[in-house]
Design a protein around this ligand. Structure first.
Ligand SMILES: [Zn+2]
Length: 389
């Protein structure tokens, strides 16, 4: 594939979004010393720097996004939500929702993040490029129609999916491999039969009791949500098994016109938020697989958008793994790989495999049995060894 057919969306202002003084995801307060909150994005600029320094960016054409318009944001969000984000940002600091702190630049950064995803999606639909990667912040998948949540202001991928539908895509597959459950994406499309949302996440991590196997969609959308809550400690083997046994057959059964990937890298093995063990090879393999799937099902139309990723030192390598996979290049030389690759749990474990097998036996997209809108199972995690929540 010619490099000019790959689009890279990023904007300097996305790197200026800063949730303010805090530690991890908690703002400064009793018991919390000032350090930094997650999603402060010099780290993301460093990720882009690594993609440039290794020459991988030469395979992409850089695009500068325009901010999402009110009309585009309103495809998913209510007016009051946009007003709260704008007001908190204009005040220079504060929480625009629930653990969604902002600075002066955040409202514009959030519009640029959503705008990048919209323009990437409509661009691949128009055939202006084949595949796109959006290196954006703030992330989006926790943002619900009426509230910002957990670092997410606007739901970038959800807005892009709605914009794509308006632009002629009839059926959209969203795969979300961020380590957290994308509650905002799920809620947006829970009753929409034309958007399949597949989330592969750490069971019970965040939000608590969200992203259960029994959540499979409702009403007309019954069967169009597919949650894969993997036990903490899952690694390369588990994620690849999910791709082969869940994502690929579900995608073929659904037959999308467009694929969007919420491509967070916080399932990486050094991430401070997640407890998974993925490596740059994992993200390279998953990105490659999604591009092959897009070639088979959507005429190659696939857009990847960054979501979470909080390891200062490993996130750039994980973004590089994703970017090389999209570009059809070999997996990058990863000097951190030795710290993760040899760990015993990297191969698919029996208790992880049980989640996959359960979905194979129960989810309507995988069994071929029609969905009835009722829960596929009354259980929480299938393995019975769920994480907290
Ligand atoms: Zn996340």
């Amino acid at each position: 594939m010619s490099g000019s057919r790959l689009a890279w969306f990023s904007h300097e202002i996305c790197f200026w979004h800063d949730p303010g003084a805090g530690s991890g995801y908690v703002p400064v307060g009793p018991g919390v010393e000032p350090l930094r909150q997650f999603a402060v994005d010099p780290d993301l600029r460093r990720a882009e720097g690594l993609v440039k320094a290794t020459g991988v960016m030469d395979h992409y054409t850089a695009h500068t996004p325009a901010p999402a318009t009110d009309e585009e944001l309103l495809l998913v969000h209510v007016p009051g939500h946009i007003e709260r984000v704008e007001a908190a940002s204009a005040a220079g600091a504060g929480d625009a929702g629930v653990y969604a702190h902002v600075n002066y630049h955040s409202a514009r950064a959030a519009r640029l993040a959503a705008g990048a995803c919209v323009q990437a999606a409509t661009g691949v639909l128009d055939g202006r490029f084949d595949r796109a990667y959006c290196l954006v912040r703030p992330p989006g998948h926790h943002a619900e129609p009426d509230r910002a949540m957990a670092l997410c202001l606007y739901n970038n991928v959800a807005v892009a999916a709605r914009a794509a539908q308006r632009h002629g895509a009839r059926r959209v597959l969203i795969l979300d491999w961020d380590v957290h459950h994308g509650n905002g994406i799920q809620r947006t499309f829970y009753e929409d039969p034309d958007v399949l949302y597949i989330s592969v996440h750490q069971d019970g991590l965040f939000p608590a009791a969200s992203g259960l196997v029994m959540e499979t969609g409702a009403g007309a959308g019954a069967g169009s949500t597919l949650n894969v809550p993997l036990p903490a400690g899952s690694g390369h083997g588990a994620y690849l098994a999910v791709m082969e046994r869940i994502v690929e057959p579900a995608a073929r059964a659904f037959a999308p016109d467009l694929i969007l990937v919420a491509a967070g890298v916080d399932a990486g093995g050094h991430d401070p938020m997640g407890r998974m063990m993925c490596t740059s090879r994992t993200f390279h393999t998953m990105a490659s697989a999604m591009c092959r799937l897009a070639d088979e099902l959507t005429g190659g139309r696939v857009v990847f958008a960054h979501e979470g990723g909080y390891s200062a030192w490993y996130q750039p390598m994980l973004v590089l793994g994703t970017a090389t996979g999209i570009a059809g290049l070999p997996a990058p030389e990863d000097p951190f790989l030795h710290s993760l690759e040899h760990l015993p749990g990297q191969r698919l474990q029996r208790h992880q495999e049980r989640v996959i097998r359960h979905l194979e036996e129960h989810h309507p997209l995988l069994t071929g049995r029609p969905a009835d809108g009722r829960p596929a199972t009354a259980g929480h995690a299938v393995s019975g060894d769920a994480g907290p929540g």
